[in-house]
Ligand binder design. Structure first.
Ligand SMILES: NC(=O)c1ccc[n+]([C@@H]2O[C@H](COP(=O)([O-])OP(=O)(O)OC[C@H]3O[C@@H](n4cnc5c(N)ncnc54)[C@H](O)[C@@H]3O)[C@@H](O)[C@H]2O)c1
Length: 116
């Protein structure tokens, strides 16, 4: 259902009351992703993280060693393009939020110098 906000206070209240609890992080075995995972495990003791990463593009399980509170983190090696896999993960872990970092840096963008 769409909601319309008429002033900044109402909008801020709506944003601030949202509390992600069961979070699917994609690409969480590489720089930005694993730092986010570490931050969240430390900052929010109620969070539960499912980390889906293909372990391509220099993603590595070594980046996930010695996590704070590892009991609140599950790692799954897999492809975000694998629809049946993602369809299984979402209900199984009761995911309420997706944070997307998975990326293939070998793919040139339209703005990059390598783009054809
Ligand atoms: N590193 C930086 O300085 C920086 C700066 C700005 C923005 N970003 C953006 O942040 C995001 C993460 O960057 P990064 O440098 O941490 O990592 P990255 O872009 O090198 O790789 C991210 C991770 O995605 C995983 N991955 C790739 N394809 C996948 C797939 N199909 N399914 C599942 N996992 C897959 C890889 O295994 C890797 O661990 C990217 O979108 C990047 O463009 C990065």
């Amino acid at each position: 259902m769409a909601r319309e906000f008429t002033d900044g206070d109402q909008r801020d209240t709506a944003v601030n009351t949202y509390e992600p609890k069961r979070i699917l992080v994609t690409g969480g075995a590489r720089l930005i992703g694993y730092n986010f995972v570490r931050y969240l495990l430390t900052a929010d003791s109620n969070s539960f993280i499912v980390n889906l990463d293909l372990l391509a593009c220099a993603g590595s399980l070594r980046n996930l060693e010695n996590l704070p509170e590892p009991g609140r983190h599950v790692f799954i090696q897999g492809d975000i393009c694998d629809r049946p896999l993602v369809d299984r993960i979402l209900p199984k872990h009761r995911i309420d939020t997706i944070v997307h970092f998975a990326a293939n840096r070998d793919i040139a963008t339209q703005d990059s110098p390598d783009a054809g």
